[in-house]
Design a protein around this ligand. Structure first.
Ligand SMILES: C[S@@+](CC[C@H](N)C(=O)[O-])C[C@H]1O[C@@H](n2cnc3c(N)ncnc32)[C@H](O)[C@@H]1O
Length: 231
C-alpha cells in the first residue's frame, strides 16, 4: 500500500475545460481527467449516476449516495446542485481519509464556475463524522474513513460514486474485497458508477455479483462503467 505522504502533497492544475483539479506527484496521478474535471464529473457521476437513478425512482424517499474519495468536493457540489434544482431529496455519505487543507480547497475554482462559492465553502467547513444539512434537499455526511474499514452500511445506498485513483496507481482499493463491501452497501436495484473500465475490474465486478454495462464515457473516452445490484 502507498504511504499517506503519496496522497498528501498536492499541486493545483487547470484542466482543459477551465475547471481546476489537483495533481499528486507522489502517485503521478490527477484527481480528474486532465481534459475536463467538471465535464467528467458531471457526466459520469451526475448524468449516469444520480440523475439516472432519480429517473428510476418514484415517490419522495431520499436518494442515498455513497462516494469513495471526496477529494476536492466537486462531486458533492454537483450532487447538491442536482438535488436543489430538481427538488429531489439526496442524502450523501462521502469517504476521505486524506482531506484537503483550507488553502488547497480555497484555490479551486468550482465555486466561481458554478456560482456556488458559499456552498462550496460550507461543504468544506462542515464537520466530519455527522450528517449536515446543506439545504432543505441535500444532506452530507463526511467520513474520514477508508473504504476498507467502512461498516454499518448494509443495503443502504441507491448510488455509489467509485472515484478512487486509477487501478494503475492504487490497485488495492479496487480489490474484490472492497467491491464486496460496496456491493453489500447497495440496496437492491442500486448502481455503482465510475470512470474506470479496466479489464480485471470488469471481471471482478461480475464475480462479486454486479450486472455491468459500459457506455461511452465523456471527453472521447471509449468506456465507463455502470454496475447494478439486481433487485
Ligand atoms: C480521484 S481522487 C477523488 C476525486 C474526488 N471525487 C473529486 O471530485 O475531487 C481519489 C480520492 O480518494 C481518496 N482515497 C485514497 N485512498 C482512499 C481509501 N482507502 N478510501 C477512500 N478514499 C480514498 C484520495 O485521498 C482522493 O481524494
Amino acid at each position: 500500500m502507498k504511504e499517506p505522504s503519496s496522497f498528501e502533497k498536492r499541486e493545483l492544475i487547470v484542466s482543459q475545460d477551465g475547471s481546476s483539479s489537483l495533481y499528486l506527484p507522489g502517485l503521478d496521478e490527477t484527481y480528474h481527467n486532465r481534459r475536463g474535471a467538471l465535464t467528467e464529473s458531471e457526466f459520469i457521476f451526475i448524468e449516469k449516476g444520480l440523475k439516472n437513478k432519480a429517473l428510476e425512482s418514484s415517490g419522495s424517499a431520499p436518494i442515498r449516495v455513497l462516494e469513495v474519495g471526496m477529494g476536492t468536493g466537486l462531486n458533492v457540489l454537483l450532487s447538491k446542485r442536482f438535488a436543489d434544482s430538481t427538488s429531489k431529496l439526496v442524502e450523501m455519505v462521502t469517504l476521505e481519509p486524506y482531506p484537503l487543507t483550507p488553502s488547497e480547497w480555497e484555490a479551486l475554482n468550482y465555486g466561481e464556475l458554478l456560482n456556488m462559492r458559499e456552498e462550496f465553502n460550507a461543504l468544506h467547513k462542515a464537520s466530519w463524522e455527522k450528517a449536515i444539512e446543506l439545504s432543505p434537499f441535500f444532506t452530507i455526511t463526511k467520513l474520514k474513513t477508508r473504504l476498507e474499514t467502512l461498516n454499518g452500511y448494509q443495503n443502504a445506498f441507491d448510488v455509489i460514486y467509485m472515484d478512487a485513483f486509477a487501478p494503475s496507481r492504487q490497485s488495492e482499493i479496487w480489490s474484490k474485497d472492497n467491491l464486496t463491501i460496496l456491493f453489500n452497501s447497495l440496496r437492491d436495484g442500486g448502481i455503482l458508477v465510475t470512470y474506470c473500465a479496466q479489464g480485471q475490474f470488469k471481471r471482478d465486478l461480475k464475480e462479486v455479483g454486479f450486472m455491468t454495462e459500459h457506455p461511452s464515457g465523456p471527453l472521447g473516452k471509449k468506456e465507463m462503467t455502470i454496475a447494478r445490484k439486481e433487485a
